[in-house]
Design a protein. Structure first.
Lengths: 195, 375
């Protein structure tokens, strides 16, 4: 697994020894990173059998769940952090899963590709769907089902009473300070239940 | 990867125990024998042993075949052998016939020392916990202090769970497949119909049919037929048999018309020809009684708090006898206790019996899990 800059971003929000749930955890690389760096008690959630096997190969606890159906089996507030890294855009049940993450976790960590990134906008202006480092698929084979921008996501959080506690934005790995919705290809959020 | 092989010719062993075994039912077995088979080599550290627990109709003959009967292949031969998911190049694998069984361990067919006649219906009730207790004594005998893993499907999975509760320090990993933390009322209902079929067979003779030189074959056949229906899925029956008619048309008779009838009768007869009815009764009761959460007010998470083993839990989408949600109860109870647990719900069309098949994804999960176990 190649180095992913968002792993370090996420790791800095995780305290040593935390209980962490990683949704759509892929081959378990992030959890492995967090186990090594933060000594977390980690569990991954996957619904793809090849990823499940990869997690087991990686020595990661992995539980098969269809995220579209929520996290019904998980207890309220059980985890310190519930993470979903670059997968929110691939789930239909956007509002449901965000609510579930903040039900079973004290905080949620969410990252997603920003469809409002200037290169993506340029693509659309040129009449083609964007393909980039953060959106590597073609329109006809993308696993993504929700197409949204940083501005869209933040207005959804406001609508659902989700508190944005921290946001970091990146242009293909380089931190972006201003005009994130235009200049950032990926955003990473630390979220909590609003007051 | 090395091409998977059979463990080849195997020979059962027999261990005799003369220290009385107190049973949960209140009874005692003063002495008893267990038959077992082993595959692979126990390493010097005695740390690579894996116990395979069998389900209702299984036995100690888990892998390989017998020299005098090459067609008598172990019931989980597709899983166990050199290069197979449970690799006997790495592990020392043990299969044991449970107490009360009919494949060689002490059971209802064995002589009752008090009378010299077969135990029959007087054989004491045995529970999952009793089996585990007797298996632990076998482990002692073989010099195995701690199992790398205990594996089982269905009722075998219940034994694996029970091991982690009765002897937490003796189990590294529990692999619990197509199991449940307890039976539902529907499960018990199916078992009860099966038992009634046997108990009401005129040739049952109160369980002492051996002395009459008969067996309650009709009852046992019916019991197996109803059991068999519940082990398969609606889809797999539809695909295998559909509404196929033996004569191509309806005959308006009670002889075999639909192919599914033929199949069930064949399965029932085959089973009734070799299995013991008293063992069937005892084993279904052991299934019904298993409920480790009972003494914890039904709280499974509290019951499993004693367990320290890592768990792999596997279920099958089309298993309606022990459905995936039953496996999930185990998973979430372990999670509550922050135990290491992984869970796969295999998309397999074959119902409860899927655990005996070699579905590619199922075996990939098991292979990865066993590969990761340190010995």
């Amino acid at each position: 697994m190649s180095y992913r800059y968002d792993f370090d971003v996420i790791a800095q929000w995780i305290a040593p020894g935390e209980k962490v749930l990683d949704l759509a955890c892929g081959d378990g690389s992030l959890l492995r990173h967090l186990m090594a760096e933060r000594d977390v008690q980690g569990y991954g959630v996957e619904n793809d059998i090849d990823n499940l096997v990869a997690c087991i190969d990686n020595g990661i606890n992995v539980i098969q769940v269809d995220l579209e159906k929520g996290l019904a089996g998980f207890e309220d507030g059980f985890f310190d952090h519930v993470i979903m890294s670059l997968s929110l855009q691939a789930i239909h049940n956007t509002q449901g899963i965000l609510a579930e993450m903040l039900r079973v976790g004290r905080e949620a960590v969410v990252s997603f590709p920003n469809f409002g990134y200037w290169r993506h906008r340029q693509s659309i202006l040129n009449g083609r769907m964007p393909v980039s480092e953060s959106l590597p698929h073609q329109w006809f084979n993308t696993p993504n089902v929700r197409f949204f921008t940083i501005a869209d996501f933040e207005s959804l959080c406001e609508l659902n009473g989700i508190e944005i506690r921290e946001r970091l934005a990146f242009d293909e790995g380089t931190p972006v300070e201003d005009e994130a919705n235009f200049r950032a290809s990926v955003a990473v959020y630390r979220l909590g239940r609003g007051a | 990867m090395i091409k998977p092989q059979s463990v080849g010719v195997v020979t059962p062993s027999r261990a005799r125990f003369t220290e009385p075994l107190a049973l949960r039912s209140g009874g005692t077995l003063d002495e008893y024998e267990l038959v077992y088979e082993t595959y692979g080599e126990l390493n010097e550290a005695r740390s690579n042993a894996v116990l395979v627990c069998h389900a209702l109709s299984g036995s100690h003959h888990v892998a390989g075949h017998y020299a005098d009967d090459p067609r008598d292949i172990g019931w989980w031969d597709n899983l166990i052998g050199p290069g197979k998911p449970l690799d006997t190049n790495k592990f020392f694998v043990i299969g044991v016939n449970n107490l009360g069984g009919c494949h060689g361990s002490t059971g209802p067919r064995s002589p009752n020392p008090a009378t010299g006649r077969p135990w029959g219906a007087d054989f004491p009730f045995v529970t999952v916990e009793d089996w585990v207790g007797s298996q632990a004594r076998l482990a002692d005998r073989l010099g195995i202090e701690r199992f790398a893993a205990i594996v089982g499907g269905s009722l075998g999975g219940m034994q694996a769970i029970s091991w982690t509760l009765q002897y937490p320090e003796r189990v590294g990993h529990a692999v619990v497949i197509a199991a449940a933390p307890k039976l539902t009322a529907q499960n018990i209902a199916f078992n009860e119909v099966a038992r009634q079929a046997i108990l009401t067979d005129p040739e049952f003779h109160g369980g002492h049919y051996y002395e009459h030189g008969v067996v309650p074959a009709r009852g046992l056949k019916l019991a197996r037929m109803i059991g068999h229906i519940t082990y398969l899925s609606d889809d797999s029956l539809a695909e295998k048999f559909g509404r196929s008619l033996r004569h191509g048309k309806t005959m308006y008779s009670y002889d075999v018309e639909f192919e599914i009838e033929s199949y069930l009768r064949y399965q029932g007869d085959k089973f009734a020809g070799h299995f013991d009815a008293n063992t069937y009764l005892l084993t279904t009761k052991a299934l019904d009684y298993f409920d480790p959460a009972f003494e914890y007010g039904g709280n499974l998470a509290r019951a499993l708090a004693r367990s320290t083993a890592d768990y792999l839990v596997v279920s099958f989408t089309t298993d309606w006898r022990f459905s995936p949600s039953r496996s999930e109860e185990i998973v979430y109870a372990l999670l509550h206790n922050q135990r290491n647990v992984s869970y796969a719900e295999i998309d397999c069309p074959s119902g409860h019996d899927s655990f005996l098949l070699d579905d590619v994804r199922y075996h990939a999960v098991l292979r990865s899990y066993f590969d990761r176990i340190k010995t």
